[in-house]
Design a protein around this ligand. Structure first.
Ligand code: SF4
Length: 235
C-alpha cells in the first residue's frame, strides 16, 4: 500500500566501518560510557552525525547535549504524537539549553485514517520516510535503542552498519537497563515524560499506544493486538 521509496539515499559508503573495526569497537564499547561512545561518533563523523530521540524520556538527549554541546536532537513527529511528547521535548531542551529539531512527514502526507487498517504503511510514510530525510547526506545515526526494550532487540550491537540507510548506527545505551535509565534520570534531575506516571512504558503515536498489556514487555502497548512492536526505524 505504501509508495514510500526506501532506496538508500547516500552517495558513498566510505564512512561505513569494516568488519574488523566493527568487531573491535563493539568489544571496546561494551565497557565504555555512553558519553565516550557519543564523543567517539562526533570525532569520527563530525557534523555528518544525527541523533534521534522519541522523547519517551530525556536520557539520550541529555547524554548527547552533555557529550557534544550544541548538537541537535531530532524528534520524528508523525503528526500523531501525543501533545505531552512535544511539550516534553521542548521542556527538556529548555532546561538543558539543548536543541531539538522536529522532522515531519512530507507536505503531501496529510491527516488521514491510514492507521486504522494499514499501520505498516502509515509508519512508512510518517516515521520511516522522515527518518530517511533526516539522515540524508549524513554518515552516522545515534539512537536510544536498548536491548531490554524487547526480545527482538535483545542482541542489538552498539555499533553496526545500517546498509539500508547507508549510515553507521550507534546505540550508545544498548546495554543499559530500565534501572540504569531511572538512575541516570534521578542522578541528573531530568524531567520525566508526563505519561510515565500514567503507566505508559513506551510512548509513540496516540492511535497506536496504550499502557503495556504485558508488564514484562515495555513495548507491548504499541500496536496492541497487531503482532508488531517495531515501526520500521529499527527493523
Ligand atoms: S505508530 Fe500508528 S499513527 Fe504512528 S505512524 Fe505508525 S501507524 Fe501511524
Amino acid at each position: 500500500m505504501t509508495s514510500v521509496d526506501l532506496t538508500p539515499t547516500h552517495s558513498g559508503d566510505d564512512h561505513l566501518l569494516d568488519r574488523e573495526e566493527l568487531n573491535r569497537r563493539n568489544i571496546e564499547f561494551e565497557s565504555a560510557t555512553p558519553t565516550e561512545i557519543i564523543r567517539w561518533a562526533a570525532d569520527r563523523f563530525g557534523d555528518r552525525l544525527v541523533v534521534t530521540s522519541s522523547f519517551g524520556d530525556a536520557v539520550l538527549a541529555h547524554l548527547a547535549w552533555q557529550a557534544v554541546p550544541g548538537i541537535e536532537v531530532v524528534l520524528i513527529d508523525t503528526t500523531y504524537l501525543f501533545a505531552e511528547t512535544l511539550w516534553f521535548a521542548d521542556h527538556a531542551a529548555e532546561l538543558f539549553s539543548g536543541r531539538v529539531r522536529i522532522q515531519r512527514p512530507a507536505e503531501d502526507v496529510t491527516p488521514d485514517n491510514q492507521w486504522l487498517d494499514d499501520t505498516v504503511g502509515c509508519c512508512a510514510r510518517r516515521k520511516v520516510a522522515p527518518l530517511a530525510e533526516a539522515l540524508q547526506g549524513n554518515a552516522a545515526w545515534i539512537t536510544g535503542l536498548r536491548r531490554d526494550d524487547s526480545l527482538r532487540r535483545a542482541t542489538a550491537p552498539i555499533l553496526s552498519n545500517d546498509l539500508l540507510r547507508g549510515v553507521v548506527k550507534v546505540n550508545p545505551i544498548a546495554n543499559w537497563t530500565e534501572a540504569d535509565v531511572d538512575s541516570y534520570t534521578i542522578e541528573h534531575c531530568l524531567p520525566v515524560h508526563p505519561m510515565t506516571g500514567r503507566g505508559y512504558t513506551s510512548i509513540g503515536c496516540w492511535p497506536c499506544t496504550i499502557p503495556p498489556r504485558d508488564e514484562s514487555d515495555a513495548r507491548s502497548g504499541r500496536w496492541a493486538g497487531q503482532n508488531r512492536t517495531e515501526c520500521g526505524l529499527h527493523d
